[in-house]
Design a protein around this ligand. Structure first.
Ligand SMILES: Nc1ncnc2c1ncn2[C@@H]1O[C@H](COP(=O)(O)OP(=O)(O)OP(=O)(O)O)[C@@H](O)[C@H]1O
Length: 600
Protein backbone atom coordinates (compact mmCIF):
# COMPACT_ATOMS: atom_id res chain seq x y z
CA UNK A 1 0.00 0.00 0.00
CA UNK A 2 2.95 2.30 0.71
CA UNK A 3 3.67 2.34 -3.00
CA UNK A 4 0.48 4.30 -3.64
CA UNK A 5 1.90 7.24 -1.68
CA UNK A 6 3.67 8.16 -4.89
CA UNK A 7 0.27 9.26 -6.22
CA UNK A 8 -0.42 11.71 -3.40
CA UNK A 9 1.43 14.46 -5.25
CA UNK A 10 -1.04 14.09 -8.11
CA UNK A 11 -4.06 13.98 -5.80
CA UNK A 12 -2.74 17.18 -4.27
CA UNK A 13 -2.26 18.69 -7.74
CA UNK A 14 -5.91 18.00 -8.59
CA UNK A 15 -7.25 18.70 -5.08
CA UNK A 16 -9.97 21.09 -6.27
CA UNK A 17 -11.40 18.54 -8.68
CA UNK A 18 -11.28 15.96 -5.94
CA UNK A 19 -13.01 18.21 -3.40
CA UNK A 20 -15.63 19.20 -5.94
CA UNK A 21 -16.13 15.52 -6.73
CA UNK A 22 -16.67 14.75 -3.03
CA UNK A 23 -19.20 17.59 -2.84
CA UNK A 24 -21.08 16.17 -5.83
CA UNK A 25 -21.08 12.73 -4.22
CA UNK A 26 -22.70 14.21 -1.10
CA UNK A 27 -25.29 16.18 -3.09
CA UNK A 28 -26.18 13.22 -5.32
CA UNK A 29 -26.67 11.06 -2.22
CA UNK A 30 -28.96 13.64 -0.65
CA UNK A 31 -31.12 13.46 -3.76
CA UNK A 32 -31.04 9.67 -3.51
CA UNK A 33 -32.14 9.71 0.13
CA UNK A 34 -35.29 11.79 -0.25
CA UNK A 35 -37.22 9.58 -2.70
CA UNK A 36 -37.21 6.81 -0.08
CA UNK A 37 -38.87 9.15 2.41
CA UNK A 38 -41.40 10.38 -0.13
CA UNK A 39 -42.32 6.81 -1.00
CA UNK A 40 -42.85 6.22 2.71
CA UNK A 41 -45.16 9.23 2.85
CA UNK A 42 -47.04 8.09 -0.22
CA UNK A 43 -47.71 4.67 1.24
CA UNK A 44 -48.66 6.11 4.57
CA UNK A 45 -51.09 8.40 2.77
CA UNK A 46 -52.54 5.52 0.78
CA UNK A 47 -52.92 3.46 3.92
CA UNK A 48 -54.62 6.29 5.83
CA UNK A 49 -57.03 6.89 2.95
CA UNK A 50 -57.86 3.20 2.70
CA UNK A 51 -58.32 2.73 6.43
CA UNK A 52 -60.00 6.11 6.86
CA UNK A 53 -57.60 7.16 9.61
CA UNK A 54 -56.00 10.57 9.78
CA UNK A 55 -52.48 10.82 8.45
CA UNK A 56 -49.62 10.99 10.92
CA UNK A 57 -49.12 14.57 12.02
CA UNK A 58 -45.31 14.14 11.94
CA UNK A 59 -45.49 13.67 8.19
CA UNK A 60 -44.18 16.87 6.63
CA UNK A 61 -45.35 16.02 3.12
CA UNK A 62 -48.65 14.66 4.38
CA UNK A 63 -49.44 18.10 5.82
CA UNK A 64 -48.38 19.81 2.65
CA UNK A 65 -50.74 17.81 0.48
CA UNK A 66 -53.53 17.50 3.05
CA UNK A 67 -55.87 19.62 1.01
CA UNK A 68 -55.28 17.87 -2.29
CA UNK A 69 -57.46 15.08 -3.56
CA UNK A 70 -56.01 11.57 -3.04
CA UNK A 71 -55.17 11.08 -6.72
CA UNK A 72 -53.53 14.48 -7.04
CA UNK A 73 -51.48 13.96 -3.89
CA UNK A 74 -50.10 10.64 -5.18
CA UNK A 75 -49.36 12.26 -8.54
CA UNK A 76 -47.57 15.13 -6.78
CA UNK A 77 -45.46 12.64 -4.79
CA UNK A 78 -44.62 10.79 -7.98
CA UNK A 79 -43.57 14.02 -9.68
CA UNK A 80 -41.28 14.92 -6.79
CA UNK A 81 -39.64 11.47 -6.86
CA UNK A 82 -39.13 11.86 -10.59
CA UNK A 83 -37.62 15.34 -10.12
CA UNK A 84 -35.29 14.09 -7.42
CA UNK A 85 -34.19 11.18 -9.61
CA UNK A 86 -33.27 13.64 -12.36
CA UNK A 87 -31.38 15.83 -9.89
CA UNK A 88 -29.50 12.78 -8.60
CA UNK A 89 -28.69 11.81 -12.18
CA UNK A 90 -27.29 15.27 -12.90
CA UNK A 91 -25.07 15.26 -9.82
CA UNK A 92 -23.92 11.71 -10.47
CA UNK A 93 -22.88 12.94 -13.90
CA UNK A 94 -20.95 15.83 -12.27
CA UNK A 95 -19.40 13.40 -9.79
CA UNK A 96 -18.07 11.24 -12.63
CA UNK A 97 -17.03 14.29 -14.61
CA UNK A 98 -14.82 15.49 -11.78
CA UNK A 99 -13.41 12.33 -10.17
CA UNK A 100 -13.12 10.12 -13.26
CA UNK A 101 -11.66 12.99 -15.28
CA UNK A 102 -9.20 13.62 -12.45
CA UNK A 103 -8.14 9.97 -12.71
CA UNK A 104 -7.61 10.37 -16.47
CA UNK A 105 -5.46 13.46 -15.86
CA UNK A 106 -3.39 11.56 -13.28
CA UNK A 107 -3.05 8.69 -15.76
CA UNK A 108 -1.76 11.15 -18.36
CA UNK A 109 0.71 12.74 -15.90
CA UNK A 110 1.96 9.38 -14.67
CA UNK A 111 2.49 8.11 -18.20
CA UNK A 112 4.49 11.25 -18.98
CA UNK A 113 6.53 10.87 -15.80
CA UNK A 114 7.39 7.25 -16.63
CA UNK A 115 8.10 8.01 -20.28
CA UNK A 116 10.39 10.93 -19.35
CA UNK A 117 12.25 8.75 -16.90
CA UNK A 118 12.63 5.97 -19.47
CA UNK A 119 14.10 8.44 -21.95
CA UNK A 120 16.89 9.34 -19.54
CA UNK A 121 17.82 5.83 -18.45
CA UNK A 122 21.08 4.27 -19.59
CA UNK A 123 21.55 1.79 -22.41
CA UNK A 124 22.23 -0.92 -19.84
CA UNK A 125 18.68 -0.50 -18.44
CA UNK A 126 17.27 -1.46 -21.83
CA UNK A 127 19.58 -4.46 -22.01
CA UNK A 128 18.52 -5.64 -18.55
CA UNK A 129 14.75 -5.26 -19.07
CA UNK A 130 12.79 -6.59 -21.97
CA UNK A 131 10.71 -4.27 -24.11
CA UNK A 132 7.43 -5.99 -23.21
CA UNK A 133 8.07 -5.31 -19.52
CA UNK A 134 8.93 -1.69 -20.16
CA UNK A 135 5.81 -1.21 -22.29
CA UNK A 136 3.64 -2.85 -19.64
CA UNK A 137 4.69 -0.34 -16.98
CA UNK A 138 3.41 2.50 -19.10
CA UNK A 139 0.21 0.86 -20.29
CA UNK A 140 -1.14 -2.00 -18.19
CA UNK A 141 0.22 -0.90 -14.82
CA UNK A 142 -0.82 2.72 -15.23
CA UNK A 143 -4.34 1.57 -16.17
CA UNK A 144 -4.56 -0.42 -12.95
CA UNK A 145 -3.34 2.54 -10.94
CA UNK A 146 -5.95 4.73 -12.61
CA UNK A 147 -8.68 2.41 -11.35
CA UNK A 148 -7.58 3.30 -7.82
CA UNK A 149 -7.52 7.08 -8.26
CA UNK A 150 -10.77 6.99 -10.26
CA UNK A 151 -13.46 4.42 -9.40
CA UNK A 152 -11.56 3.33 -6.27
CA UNK A 153 -11.70 6.75 -4.64
CA UNK A 154 -15.15 7.58 -6.04
CA UNK A 155 -16.85 4.46 -4.67
CA UNK A 156 -15.10 4.73 -1.32
CA UNK A 157 -16.24 8.32 -0.86
CA UNK A 158 -19.71 7.31 -2.00
CA UNK A 159 -19.81 4.46 0.48
CA UNK A 160 -18.66 6.55 3.45
CA UNK A 161 -21.11 9.27 2.53
CA UNK A 162 -24.07 6.92 2.12
CA UNK A 163 -23.31 5.10 5.35
CA UNK A 164 -23.09 8.37 7.23
CA UNK A 165 -26.43 9.49 5.81
CA UNK A 166 -28.52 6.31 5.62
CA UNK A 167 -27.53 4.15 8.60
CA UNK A 168 -28.44 6.74 11.30
CA UNK A 169 -31.84 7.29 9.61
CA UNK A 170 -32.44 3.52 9.54
CA UNK A 171 -31.50 3.11 13.21
CA UNK A 172 -33.72 6.03 14.17
CA UNK A 173 -36.70 4.24 12.59
CA UNK A 174 -36.21 0.74 13.94
CA UNK A 175 -33.06 -0.87 15.36
CA UNK A 176 -34.18 -4.48 14.93
CA UNK A 177 -35.21 -4.03 11.31
CA UNK A 178 -31.94 -2.20 10.57
CA UNK A 179 -29.81 -5.02 12.00
CA UNK A 180 -31.73 -7.74 10.15
CA UNK A 181 -31.75 -5.99 6.80
CA UNK A 182 -28.02 -5.11 6.95
CA UNK A 183 -26.83 -8.62 7.93
CA UNK A 184 -26.48 -10.10 4.39
CA UNK A 185 -24.49 -7.11 3.10
CA UNK A 186 -21.08 -7.83 4.73
CA UNK A 187 -21.36 -11.44 3.53
CA UNK A 188 -22.01 -10.09 0.05
CA UNK A 189 -18.95 -7.86 0.29
CA UNK A 190 -16.64 -10.70 1.40
CA UNK A 191 -17.90 -12.98 -1.38
CA UNK A 192 -17.39 -10.23 -3.93
CA UNK A 193 -13.85 -9.63 -2.69
CA UNK A 194 -12.91 -13.27 -3.27
CA UNK A 195 -14.80 -13.62 -6.50
CA UNK A 196 -13.43 -10.40 -7.98
CA UNK A 197 -9.91 -11.53 -7.11
CA UNK A 198 -10.63 -14.76 -8.94
CA UNK A 199 -12.12 -12.88 -11.87
CA UNK A 200 -9.06 -10.60 -11.98
CA UNK A 201 -6.66 -13.53 -12.01
CA UNK A 202 -8.66 -15.23 -14.73
CA UNK A 203 -8.82 -12.02 -16.80
CA UNK A 204 -5.06 -11.63 -16.42
CA UNK A 205 -4.60 -15.14 -17.77
CA UNK A 206 -6.86 -14.31 -20.68
CA UNK A 207 -4.95 -11.07 -21.30
CA UNK A 208 -1.55 -12.69 -21.15
CA UNK A 209 -2.64 -15.43 -23.57
CA UNK A 210 -3.99 -12.75 -25.84
CA UNK A 211 -0.64 -10.94 -25.79
CA UNK A 212 1.13 -14.27 -26.54
CA UNK A 213 -1.12 -14.68 -29.56
CA UNK A 214 -0.44 -11.11 -30.66
CA UNK A 215 3.34 -11.57 -30.31
CA UNK A 216 3.23 -14.85 -32.19
CA UNK A 217 1.13 -13.38 -35.00
CA UNK A 218 3.37 -10.32 -35.19
CA UNK A 219 6.50 -12.47 -35.41
CA UNK A 220 4.86 -14.67 -38.02
CA UNK A 221 3.96 -11.70 -40.21
CA UNK A 222 7.28 -9.87 -39.91
CA UNK A 223 9.26 -13.07 -40.43
CA UNK A 224 6.96 -14.38 -43.16
CA UNK A 225 9.77 -14.64 -45.74
CA UNK A 226 11.92 -16.68 -43.40
CA UNK A 227 8.95 -18.80 -42.42
CA UNK A 228 8.06 -19.60 -46.02
CA UNK A 229 11.63 -20.35 -47.06
CA UNK A 230 11.93 -22.87 -44.22
CA UNK A 231 8.45 -24.25 -45.06
CA UNK A 232 7.33 -23.72 -41.47
CA UNK A 233 3.73 -22.67 -42.22
CA UNK A 234 2.15 -25.76 -40.66
CA UNK A 235 4.41 -25.57 -37.63
CA UNK A 236 3.26 -22.01 -36.94
CA UNK A 237 -0.38 -22.87 -37.67
CA UNK A 238 -0.29 -25.63 -35.06
CA UNK A 239 1.58 -23.37 -32.62
CA UNK A 240 -1.09 -20.69 -32.99
CA UNK A 241 -3.80 -23.32 -32.68
CA UNK A 242 -2.38 -24.43 -29.32
CA UNK A 243 -2.17 -20.86 -28.05
CA UNK A 244 -5.70 -20.20 -29.25
CA UNK A 245 -6.92 -23.34 -27.55
CA UNK A 246 -5.48 -22.15 -24.23
CA UNK A 247 -6.99 -18.72 -24.78
CA UNK A 248 -10.39 -20.32 -25.40
CA UNK A 249 -10.19 -22.43 -22.26
CA UNK A 250 -9.08 -19.43 -20.13
CA UNK A 251 -11.91 -17.34 -21.54
CA UNK A 252 -14.40 -20.12 -20.80
CA UNK A 253 -13.27 -20.22 -17.16
CA UNK A 254 -13.79 -16.50 -16.91
CA UNK A 255 -17.24 -16.69 -18.47
CA UNK A 256 -18.18 -19.50 -16.06
CA UNK A 257 -17.10 -17.51 -12.99
CA UNK A 258 -19.03 -14.48 -14.21
CA UNK A 259 -22.06 -16.64 -14.92
CA UNK A 260 -22.12 -17.96 -11.34
CA UNK A 261 -21.13 -14.69 -9.76
CA UNK A 262 -24.00 -12.47 -10.90
CA UNK A 263 -26.90 -14.79 -9.97
CA UNK A 264 -25.32 -15.38 -6.54
CA UNK A 265 -25.01 -11.65 -6.07
CA UNK A 266 -28.61 -11.09 -7.11
CA UNK A 267 -29.69 -13.87 -4.73
CA UNK A 268 -27.97 -12.22 -1.77
CA UNK A 269 -29.44 -8.85 -2.63
CA UNK A 270 -32.85 -10.51 -2.94
CA UNK A 271 -32.35 -12.16 0.46
CA UNK A 272 -31.72 -8.78 2.00
CA UNK A 273 -34.99 -7.47 0.58
CA UNK A 274 -36.89 -10.56 1.76
CA UNK A 275 -35.46 -10.13 5.26
CA UNK A 276 -36.50 -6.49 5.26
CA UNK A 277 -40.04 -7.24 4.15
CA UNK A 278 -40.42 -10.19 6.52
CA UNK A 279 -38.98 -8.51 9.64
CA UNK A 280 -40.60 -5.20 8.61
CA UNK A 281 -43.98 -6.97 8.29
CA UNK A 282 -43.60 -8.40 11.80
CA UNK A 283 -42.70 -5.00 13.19
CA UNK A 284 -45.68 -3.43 11.39
CA UNK A 285 -48.02 -6.03 12.88
CA UNK A 286 -46.48 -5.27 16.27
CA UNK A 287 -47.29 -1.61 15.57
CA UNK A 288 -43.66 -0.44 15.78
CA UNK A 289 -43.44 0.97 12.23
CA UNK A 290 -45.72 2.12 9.44
CA UNK A 291 -46.24 0.38 6.12
CA UNK A 292 -44.35 3.23 4.48
CA UNK A 293 -41.30 2.44 6.64
CA UNK A 294 -41.04 -1.04 5.12
CA UNK A 295 -40.93 0.43 1.62
CA UNK A 296 -38.50 3.08 2.80
CA UNK A 297 -36.21 0.33 4.13
CA UNK A 298 -36.36 -1.59 0.88
CA UNK A 299 -35.14 1.57 -0.82
CA UNK A 300 -32.33 2.08 1.70
CA UNK A 301 -31.17 -1.49 1.31
CA UNK A 302 -31.12 -1.10 -2.45
CA UNK A 303 -29.14 2.10 -2.08
CA UNK A 304 -26.59 0.40 0.18
CA UNK A 305 -26.25 -2.81 -1.80
CA UNK A 306 -24.02 -1.52 -4.59
CA UNK A 307 -21.65 0.53 -2.38
CA UNK A 308 -21.27 -2.40 0.02
CA UNK A 309 -20.70 -4.71 -2.93
CA UNK A 310 -18.12 -2.20 -4.12
CA UNK A 311 -16.09 -2.63 -0.89
CA UNK A 312 -14.95 -6.04 -2.11
CA UNK A 313 -14.36 -4.74 -5.60
CA UNK A 314 -12.54 -1.61 -4.44
CA UNK A 315 -10.33 -3.65 -2.08
CA UNK A 316 -9.16 -5.75 -4.98
CA UNK A 317 -8.70 -2.63 -7.17
CA UNK A 318 -6.52 -1.07 -4.46
CA UNK A 319 -4.46 -4.25 -4.07
CA UNK A 320 -3.86 -4.49 -7.79
CA UNK A 321 -3.07 -0.78 -8.03
CA UNK A 322 -0.56 -1.12 -5.18
CA UNK A 323 1.15 -4.05 -6.93
CA UNK A 324 1.30 -2.10 -10.20
CA UNK A 325 2.54 1.06 -8.50
CA UNK A 326 5.27 -0.98 -6.77
CA UNK A 327 6.44 -2.14 -10.20
CA UNK A 328 6.25 1.42 -11.56
CA UNK A 329 8.17 2.78 -8.55
CA UNK A 330 10.86 0.15 -9.10
CA UNK A 331 11.50 1.58 -12.56
CA UNK A 332 11.09 5.18 -11.46
CA UNK A 333 13.68 4.69 -8.75
CA UNK A 334 16.19 3.16 -11.16
CA UNK A 335 18.93 5.76 -11.13
CA UNK A 336 20.39 7.19 -14.31
CA UNK A 337 24.02 6.25 -13.90
CA UNK A 338 25.22 8.24 -16.87
CA UNK A 339 24.20 11.81 -16.24
CA UNK A 340 25.08 14.96 -18.07
CA UNK A 341 27.53 16.60 -15.66
CA UNK A 342 27.20 20.09 -17.09
CA UNK A 343 25.17 22.23 -19.43
CA UNK A 344 28.19 24.39 -20.16
CA UNK A 345 29.12 24.28 -23.83
CA UNK A 346 32.66 23.95 -25.13
CA UNK A 347 34.42 24.20 -28.44
CA UNK A 348 34.53 20.56 -29.57
CA UNK A 349 37.49 19.91 -31.84
CA UNK A 350 37.16 16.18 -32.20
CA UNK A 351 40.31 14.74 -30.55
CA UNK A 352 39.65 11.37 -28.93
CA UNK A 353 42.05 9.62 -26.61
CA UNK A 354 41.83 6.27 -24.82
CA UNK A 355 44.26 5.98 -21.89
CA UNK A 356 44.70 2.44 -20.64
CA UNK A 357 40.96 1.76 -20.83
CA UNK A 358 39.35 -1.43 -19.56
CA UNK A 359 35.64 -2.09 -19.63
CA UNK A 360 33.34 -4.88 -18.46
CA UNK A 361 29.64 -4.97 -19.39
CA UNK A 362 27.74 -4.70 -16.09
CA UNK A 363 24.81 -6.78 -17.39
CA UNK A 364 26.86 -9.77 -18.61
CA UNK A 365 30.17 -9.44 -16.77
CA UNK A 366 32.00 -9.81 -20.11
CA UNK A 367 35.25 -7.85 -20.24
CA UNK A 368 35.11 -6.39 -23.73
CA UNK A 369 38.06 -3.95 -23.57
CA UNK A 370 41.41 -4.59 -21.87
CA UNK A 371 44.02 -1.86 -21.29
CA UNK A 372 43.39 -0.14 -24.60
CA UNK A 373 45.24 3.09 -25.42
CA UNK A 374 45.11 5.05 -28.67
CA UNK A 375 44.70 8.59 -29.92
CA UNK A 376 42.62 10.00 -32.75
CA UNK A 377 43.58 13.53 -33.75
CA UNK A 378 40.98 15.98 -34.97
CA UNK A 379 40.65 15.75 -38.75
CA UNK A 380 42.02 12.20 -38.92
CA UNK A 381 40.33 9.17 -40.43
CA UNK A 382 40.86 6.42 -37.96
CA UNK A 383 39.88 2.79 -38.37
CA UNK A 384 39.41 -0.22 -36.15
CA UNK A 385 39.36 -3.74 -37.55
CA UNK A 386 38.97 -7.06 -35.87
CA UNK A 387 37.08 -10.30 -35.84
CA UNK A 388 33.47 -10.44 -34.63
CA UNK A 389 33.18 -10.06 -30.89
CA UNK A 390 36.66 -8.52 -30.62
CA UNK A 391 35.37 -5.34 -28.93
CA UNK A 392 34.98 -2.84 -31.80
CA UNK A 393 31.41 -1.76 -30.99
CA UNK A 394 32.32 -1.61 -27.31
CA UNK A 395 34.92 1.08 -28.07
CA UNK A 396 32.18 3.08 -29.83
CA UNK A 397 29.85 2.59 -26.88
CA UNK A 398 32.49 4.24 -24.71
CA UNK A 399 33.02 7.15 -27.11
CA UNK A 400 29.24 7.78 -27.14
CA UNK A 401 29.33 7.37 -23.37
CA UNK A 402 26.62 4.76 -23.41
CA UNK A 403 28.71 3.20 -20.66
CA UNK A 404 31.41 4.48 -18.33
CA UNK A 405 34.83 2.84 -18.27
CA UNK A 406 35.93 0.67 -15.33
CA UNK A 407 39.59 1.63 -15.56
CA UNK A 408 41.55 4.25 -17.43
CA UNK A 409 40.22 7.36 -19.13
CA UNK A 410 38.43 8.39 -22.30
CA UNK A 411 39.41 11.94 -23.19
CA UNK A 412 37.65 14.26 -25.60
CA UNK A 413 39.90 17.22 -26.48
CA UNK A 414 41.93 16.38 -23.35
CA UNK A 415 38.86 16.55 -21.10
CA UNK A 416 37.60 13.47 -19.34
CA UNK A 417 34.43 12.34 -21.13
CA UNK A 418 32.50 12.17 -17.86
CA UNK A 419 33.16 15.86 -17.18
CA UNK A 420 32.00 17.37 -20.45
CA UNK A 421 28.53 18.30 -21.71
CA UNK A 422 27.19 14.90 -22.81
CA UNK A 423 24.34 16.28 -24.91
CA UNK A 424 26.71 18.53 -26.79
CA UNK A 425 29.09 15.63 -27.40
CA UNK A 426 26.33 13.36 -28.73
CA UNK A 427 24.85 16.17 -30.84
CA UNK A 428 28.21 16.51 -32.55
CA UNK A 429 28.66 12.84 -33.28
CA UNK A 430 27.18 11.35 -36.44
CA UNK A 431 26.77 7.70 -35.54
CA UNK A 432 25.77 4.99 -38.00
CA UNK A 433 25.04 1.84 -36.02
CA UNK A 434 25.61 -1.71 -37.14
CA UNK A 435 21.91 -2.53 -36.90
CA UNK A 436 20.03 -0.01 -38.99
CA UNK A 437 16.87 1.38 -37.49
CA UNK A 438 14.51 3.24 -39.80
CA UNK A 439 11.20 4.74 -38.74
CA UNK A 440 7.93 3.81 -40.46
CA UNK A 441 7.97 7.17 -42.18
CA UNK A 442 9.11 8.65 -45.50
CA UNK A 443 12.73 8.32 -46.66
CA UNK A 444 12.92 12.10 -46.52
CA UNK A 445 11.91 12.22 -42.85
CA UNK A 446 14.22 9.35 -42.00
CA UNK A 447 17.18 11.27 -43.39
CA UNK A 448 16.01 14.62 -41.97
CA UNK A 449 15.87 13.00 -38.51
CA UNK A 450 19.60 13.67 -38.21
CA UNK A 451 19.30 17.38 -38.99
CA UNK A 452 19.93 19.58 -36.01
CA UNK A 453 18.09 22.80 -36.88
CA UNK A 454 14.45 21.99 -37.58
CA UNK A 455 13.37 20.80 -41.02
CA UNK A 456 16.12 20.91 -43.64
CA UNK A 457 15.78 22.26 -47.12
CA UNK A 458 15.13 19.67 -49.86
CA UNK A 459 18.59 20.29 -51.36
CA UNK A 460 20.28 19.49 -48.07
CA UNK A 461 18.46 16.14 -47.92
CA UNK A 462 19.39 15.43 -51.54
CA UNK A 463 23.06 16.26 -50.90
CA UNK A 464 23.18 13.93 -47.93
CA UNK A 465 21.59 11.18 -50.05
CA UNK A 466 24.11 11.79 -52.83
CA UNK A 467 27.04 11.58 -50.42
CA UNK A 468 25.66 8.33 -49.06
CA UNK A 469 25.35 7.03 -52.67
CA UNK A 470 21.63 6.38 -52.29
CA UNK A 471 20.22 9.32 -54.29
CA UNK A 472 19.90 7.43 -57.59
CA UNK A 473 18.08 4.52 -55.98
CA UNK A 474 15.63 6.84 -54.22
CA UNK A 475 14.62 8.79 -57.31
CA UNK A 476 13.79 5.55 -59.04
CA UNK A 477 11.00 4.90 -56.51
CA UNK A 478 7.59 6.18 -57.72
CA UNK A 479 7.27 8.50 -54.72
CA UNK A 480 10.98 9.32 -54.65
CA UNK A 481 11.96 10.90 -51.30
CA UNK A 482 8.33 10.70 -50.16
CA UNK A 483 8.45 6.89 -50.33
CA UNK A 484 7.08 5.48 -47.11
CA UNK A 485 9.10 2.81 -45.42
CA UNK A 486 7.23 -0.10 -43.95
CA UNK A 487 7.98 -1.51 -40.54
CA UNK A 488 11.75 -1.19 -40.14
CA UNK A 489 12.10 -0.15 -43.78
CA UNK A 490 10.92 -3.40 -45.28
CA UNK A 491 10.71 -2.01 -48.80
CA UNK A 492 14.46 -1.28 -48.93
CA UNK A 493 17.29 -3.73 -49.43
CA UNK A 494 19.86 -4.20 -46.66
CA UNK A 495 22.45 -2.04 -48.46
CA UNK A 496 19.87 0.68 -49.21
CA UNK A 497 18.84 0.79 -45.57
CA UNK A 498 22.48 1.18 -44.52
CA UNK A 499 22.93 4.06 -46.95
CA UNK A 500 19.78 5.89 -45.75
CA UNK A 501 21.20 5.51 -42.27
CA UNK A 502 24.55 6.95 -43.46
CA UNK A 503 22.73 9.91 -45.10
CA UNK A 504 21.03 10.54 -41.75
CA UNK A 505 24.43 10.83 -40.05
CA UNK A 506 25.96 12.96 -42.81
CA UNK A 507 23.09 15.51 -42.78
CA UNK A 508 23.96 16.19 -39.16
CA UNK A 509 27.28 17.74 -40.33
CA UNK A 510 28.95 16.16 -37.31
CA UNK A 511 32.38 16.97 -35.96
CA UNK A 512 32.96 13.28 -35.34
CA UNK A 513 31.56 10.63 -37.67
CA UNK A 514 31.38 7.04 -36.51
CA UNK A 515 30.63 4.12 -38.82
CA UNK A 516 30.03 0.88 -36.95
CA UNK A 517 30.44 -1.78 -39.61
CA UNK A 518 27.68 -0.10 -41.59
CA UNK A 519 29.08 -0.84 -45.03
CA UNK A 520 28.81 -4.60 -44.69
CA UNK A 521 25.77 -4.90 -46.97
CA UNK A 522 27.17 -2.47 -49.56
CA UNK A 523 29.21 -3.72 -52.55
CA UNK A 524 32.87 -2.67 -52.71
CA UNK A 525 32.33 -0.22 -55.59
CA UNK A 526 29.58 1.68 -53.76
CA UNK A 527 31.70 1.48 -50.63
CA UNK A 528 34.52 3.25 -52.52
CA UNK A 529 32.15 5.99 -53.67
CA UNK A 530 30.84 6.57 -50.14
CA UNK A 531 34.35 6.62 -48.63
CA UNK A 532 35.55 9.10 -51.27
CA UNK A 533 32.55 11.36 -50.58
CA UNK A 534 33.28 11.13 -46.88
CA UNK A 535 36.81 12.35 -47.40
CA UNK A 536 35.33 15.53 -48.84
CA UNK A 537 32.45 15.93 -46.36
CA UNK A 538 34.60 15.12 -43.33
CA UNK A 539 37.57 17.24 -44.34
CA UNK A 540 39.27 18.51 -41.17
CA UNK A 541 36.80 16.52 -39.10
CA UNK A 542 37.24 13.24 -37.27
CA UNK A 543 36.07 9.98 -38.83
CA UNK A 544 36.11 6.62 -37.12
CA UNK A 545 35.42 3.62 -39.29
CA UNK A 546 34.87 0.29 -37.64
CA UNK A 547 34.79 -2.73 -39.87
CA UNK A 548 35.79 -6.32 -40.29
CA UNK A 549 36.46 -5.58 -43.99
CA UNK A 550 39.92 -4.34 -44.96
CA UNK A 551 38.51 -2.54 -48.03
CA UNK A 552 36.60 -0.15 -45.72
CA UNK A 553 39.66 0.88 -43.74
CA UNK A 554 42.64 0.74 -46.07
CA UNK A 555 42.68 4.50 -46.76
CA UNK A 556 42.53 5.48 -43.11
CA UNK A 557 45.32 7.57 -41.56
CA UNK A 558 45.69 4.98 -38.85
CA UNK A 559 44.37 1.48 -38.35
CA UNK A 560 43.98 -0.37 -35.08
CA UNK A 561 43.69 -4.14 -35.13
CA UNK A 562 42.01 -5.57 -32.06
CA UNK A 563 41.43 -9.06 -30.87
CA UNK A 564 39.73 -10.22 -27.72
CA UNK A 565 39.48 -6.63 -26.44
CA UNK A 566 43.21 -5.89 -26.88
CA UNK A 567 45.18 -3.96 -29.47
CA UNK A 568 47.36 -6.40 -31.35
CA UNK A 569 48.58 -4.23 -34.24
CA UNK A 570 48.45 -0.58 -35.24
CA UNK A 571 49.70 1.50 -38.13
CA UNK A 572 48.80 2.48 -41.68
CA UNK A 573 47.55 0.00 -44.26
CA UNK A 574 51.00 -0.10 -45.83
CA UNK A 575 52.89 -0.61 -42.56
CA UNK A 576 50.51 -3.32 -41.45
CA UNK A 577 50.85 -5.14 -44.75
CA UNK A 578 54.60 -4.98 -44.39
CA UNK A 579 54.30 -6.38 -40.88
CA UNK A 580 52.84 -9.50 -42.47
CA UNK A 581 50.85 -10.52 -39.40
CA UNK A 582 47.11 -10.55 -38.56
CA UNK A 583 46.08 -7.57 -40.73
CA UNK A 584 48.14 -8.90 -43.63
CA UNK A 585 46.45 -12.30 -43.34
CA UNK A 586 43.00 -10.71 -43.19
CA UNK A 587 43.85 -8.70 -46.30
CA UNK A 588 45.11 -11.72 -48.22
CA UNK A 589 42.08 -13.72 -47.22
CA UNK A 590 39.68 -11.00 -48.29
CA UNK A 591 41.50 -10.44 -51.60
CA UNK A 592 41.13 -14.14 -52.29
CA UNK A 593 37.41 -14.07 -51.51
CA UNK A 594 36.99 -11.10 -53.84
CA UNK A 595 38.80 -12.88 -56.67
CA UNK A 596 36.67 -15.98 -56.19
CA UNK A 597 33.50 -13.87 -56.34
CA UNK A 598 34.65 -12.26 -59.59
CA UNK A 599 35.40 -15.65 -61.15
CA UNK A 600 31.87 -16.81 -60.26
N1 LIG B 1 25.42 -4.79 -24.44
C1 LIG B 1 26.20 -5.79 -24.12
N2 LIG B 1 26.04 -6.42 -22.95
C2 LIG B 1 26.82 -7.43 -22.61
N3 LIG B 1 27.83 -7.91 -23.34
C3 LIG B 1 28.06 -7.32 -24.53
C4 LIG B 1 27.25 -6.25 -24.97
N4 LIG B 1 27.68 -5.86 -26.18
C5 LIG B 1 28.73 -6.66 -26.47
N5 LIG B 1 28.95 -7.53 -25.49
C6 LIG B 1 30.02 -8.54 -25.44
O1 LIG B 1 31.26 -7.84 -25.53
C7 LIG B 1 32.15 -8.49 -26.41
C8 LIG B 1 32.60 -7.53 -27.51
O2 LIG B 1 31.48 -7.23 -28.31
P1 LIG B 1 31.47 -6.09 -29.42
O3 LIG B 1 30.04 -5.88 -29.83
O4 LIG B 1 32.20 -4.91 -28.93
O5 LIG B 1 32.27 -6.80 -30.59
P2 LIG B 1 32.45 -6.36 -32.08
O6 LIG B 1 33.91 -6.44 -32.34
O7 LIG B 1 31.80 -5.07 -32.35
O8 LIG B 1 31.72 -7.55 -32.83
P3 LIG B 1 30.91 -7.50 -34.21
O9 LIG B 1 31.89 -7.25 -35.31
O10 LIG B 1 30.33 -8.87 -34.32
O11 LIG B 1 29.91 -6.43 -34.07
C9 LIG B 1 31.40 -9.70 -26.95
O12 LIG B 1 31.85 -10.82 -26.23
C10 LIG B 1 29.96 -9.43 -26.67
O13 LIG B 1 29.28 -10.62 -26.36
Amino acid sequence: MKALKHLNKYLFKYKFRLLLGVLFVIISNIFALYPAQIIRETFNLVESKLSGTKIDSTSYLGDLFQNLSFGKAVLAFGTIVFGLAIAKGIFTFFMRQTIIIMSRLIEFDLKNEIFNHFQHLDTSFYKENNTGDIMNRISDDVTKVRMYVGPGIMYTVNLVCLFAMVIPVMFSINVKLTLYSLTPLPILSIIIYYVSNRINKQSERVQSKLSDITTLSQETYSGIRMLKSYVKENYFISKLFKENEQYRSNSMNLVRTNAVFFPVMMLLIGLSTIFTIYVGGMEYIAGNITIGNILEFVFYINMLTWPVTAIGWVTSIVQRAAASQTRINEFLSTPTKIKNPTTETFDLKGNIKFKDVSFTYPESGITAIKNVSFEIKSGETFAIVGKTGSGKSSIINLILRNYDVNNGEVLIDDNNIDAINLNQLRENIGFVPQEVFLFSDTIENNIAFGYKNGLPDENIIHDAAKNAAIFNSIIEFPNKFKTKLGERGITLSGGQKQRVSIARAIIKAPKILIFDDCLSAVDTETEDIILNNLERVMKNKTSLIVSHRVSSVKNADKILVIDNGEIIEEGTHQSLIELEKVYYKMYQQQLLELKEEKVK
